[in-house]
Ligand binder design. Structure first.
Ligand code: SF4
Ligand code: SF4
Length: 241
């Protein structure tokens, strides 16, 4: 028997499609006016950044992954949690995530492609760079001399589409706001609570029956206890609202 589509998945797929249309229109205008976007097939230096998602998104991603991919996600989630538990600051957490935890297991590094492209989360959809990929690499800014950093900041300020602080394209990030809002609303309607956190942690938890039963019953404490039993609990990587 064919299972009816999950309403949360439908909400997100619709929101993603709307974002793609709007982002496409924005990009057309930007490039027509001479703006340059460096993202494209085979480019993946950003796939080692920490990613925040809603559980609704994580569940959609999980629903399309193979057993081997899910296994990779669980291993990555454990490494992410270990890093978060021992990091002394947010900066150290992000730096070690990129340098040591490493690339997302859904990345095929040989081909340079996302193996879950259709169900990648919002953050992977709305990150666009107005500078070449070498500026997105881990440590790129940290390794610059003072003069290089000053030149970088000048270039960022004079590049349309940036927020003046970094080389990522700000309006394309702002355009994804409705996706986050709709995910929040859909979770509240379905479960009576919202769950937010790390992409790999939530995707792993989304496949755990006991965790999802607690969430679907709107029970944050049992869900948190289950995550703790699985070694996937951390106050910043798993949040209930
Ligand atoms: S954000 Fe940077 S690394 Fe990521 S696809 Fe775009 S140019 Fe490449
Ligand atoms: S889900 Fe895909 S696009 Fe996002 S970090 Fe992983 S490999 Fe990269």
């Amino acid at each position: 028997m064919t299972r009816p589509p999950d309403p949360l998945h439908t909400t997100l797929r619709t929101a993603y499609a709307r974002y793609q249309r709007q982002a496409g229109r924005w990009l057309d205008g930007y490039t027509r006016q001479g703006g340059q976007v460096y993202c494209g097939a085979g480019c993946f230096r950003c796939c080692d950044m920490p990613i925040r998602v809603s559980l609704a998104e994580a569940r959609l991603t999980a629903s399309e992954l193979t057993a081997a991919q899910l296994n990779g996600m669980r291993q990555h989630a454990r490494k992410t949690i270990r890093n978060a538990r021992s990091a002394r600051s947010l900066e150290q957490y992000v730096e070690r995530h990129r340098q040591e935890v490493g690339f997302c297991p859904l990345l095929d590094r040989e081909q340079g492609v996302c193996t879950a492209y259709e169900v990648r989360p919002t953050r992977c959809r709305d990150t666009y760079s107005a500078f070449p990929a070498r500026y997105c690499a881990a440590g790129a800014l940290e390794d610059m001399t003072r003069q290089e950093l000053q030149a970088y900041r000048r270039e960022v300020r004079r590049t349309p589409g940036t927020d003046g602080e970094s080389h990522y394209i700000a309006p394309l990030e702002e355009l994804s706001e409705p996706v986050w809002t709709q995910a929040a609303r859909a979770m509240r309607q379905a479960w009576g609570l919202e769950v937010w956190g790390d992409f790999w942690v939530l995707t792993s938890l989304a496949t755990d029956d006991a965790f999802m039963r607690a969430v679907e019953a709107g029970q944050a404490d049992p869900a948190r206890r289950r995550a703790r039993a699985l070694g996937l609990e951390h106050p910043e990587l798993l949040e209930f609202a």
